[in-house]
Design a protein around this ligand. Sequence first.
Ligand code: SF4
Length: 490
Amino acid sequence: MNNHPPEDAIRCDACPVLCYIKPGRTGACDRYGNHDGQLVRLDPHVVLDRVVSRGESVVPFLQRDNEWDGNVVGGPKTFVTAIGAGTTYPDYKPAPFIISSQVEGVDMVTVVTEGIFSYCGVKVKIDTDRHLGPETNLVRAQGEAVGHVTTSEYGSQMLSLGGVRHLTGGSRREGTVTCETLLELCNGKAVELEVDEGAKVVVQAGKGPVVDGQPEVQMRVGCGSATIGMFAKQWFGKVDDVVVVDDHITGVLSEHQAGKLLGISATGIKLKGRRSTPGRYFQVAEPGTGWGGTNISKPLSILRDFNAKVAWRGLRLLMVSTTGEHFAYFELDEELRPVEKELPAALSESVARIKENCEPALCTVMFMAGAGGSLRAGVTENPVRLTHSVRDALTRVTCGGAPVYVWPGGGITFMVDVSRMPENAFGYVPTPALVAPIEFTLKLADYATLGGYVEQVRSLESLMSEGRRHLSAREENPWPLGASARRGSK
Ligand code: SF4
């Protein structure tokens, strides 16, 4: 067996896979190719052009096919991202581009590199009350475990996907599927996930989730108790009692402090579940995809018999979910049993108001990664100084020009909303790991102090002459070369 690579193949050393690539072919990740004997990064390198007029309507990241026209020379109106820039692997090499600029008369540098992240994942916020699955249960893609359900937030279910254990600690297929899933989500694609003992959910950054085939349109207005507080005045005088059904905290108007302050009389209503404080009940049903994130489809199933000493014939009761999507109106008969009737017009307004106050349900995908020891070595010969510089807010970190949140504590662990990044900013390598752009912007003087590769600094003009893909910066993002970059800002 001949283990020698073909003579005309060249070796890509941009990641540990070290592909041999024959002429006209690409490597295993499709990011590098052999073009006439030259190793080339196949995706175009992206630079952002600042939107000059803030009032100007710009299609985000509209691709321009123009080469640099010479109008933007070394000024802060062009920002060089790391998308398509290449990497520093095997890490002692300086970052592919270290670009000088001037911000308000101060010399700055932006160090750009595509990071290869084995320690990375996404946190997904899914705006829905529908129960996706028990906390800590596995989340699967293509049948493979790619993450787990984590703690719910206000009106949203949270998933934690990826991470080094799923990428490297399981079977080869688990790692590959995890990497694929992260890549799709980070690049704004839709992914179907399934929670053990839970729901199937289609997730796409910036779009509404689809839970068990049902598109989620609105997120809830608040928990059941908050809903009572918000709308108590609008119900006063129009109905005798209201139950807002919610998997977490179901609210009852007549017992709630809001009802008491309005002088609403006791109605003798009794709920199942555990009473927390007056008018606030936990665990009235099991979690599910029915009313208010519970498993119920018949609201009366959470009520016990009314107290005959307090309730009265004709008592008017509204039951409604936290989105206003489900509602029913009842009046008690002579046996004090609720009988469903048509919702009176005066109450339909309040149900409509609940709906009106619900925000659109979206999925948010936050990429989270650690810019660890190796990546930092491409920025400075003394990597810990970069960490200190980031922590001291002397160095601004961006991902494809988008702002990031850097976690306090050790290392450079950051999060970025993928919806604020240019499309298809992420890649992968089959180790498996995700490839994500990361840029460090700081004063040139500070860069020299922390042991940066100052001899590698080049001007923006020299880069532009080679031709890049120009995209318009997103208006909602702070300009990476704005004044705060000069001062230093996280
Ligand atoms: S997987 Fe991609 S980056 Fe890694 S060596 Fe092969 S072509 Fe280069």
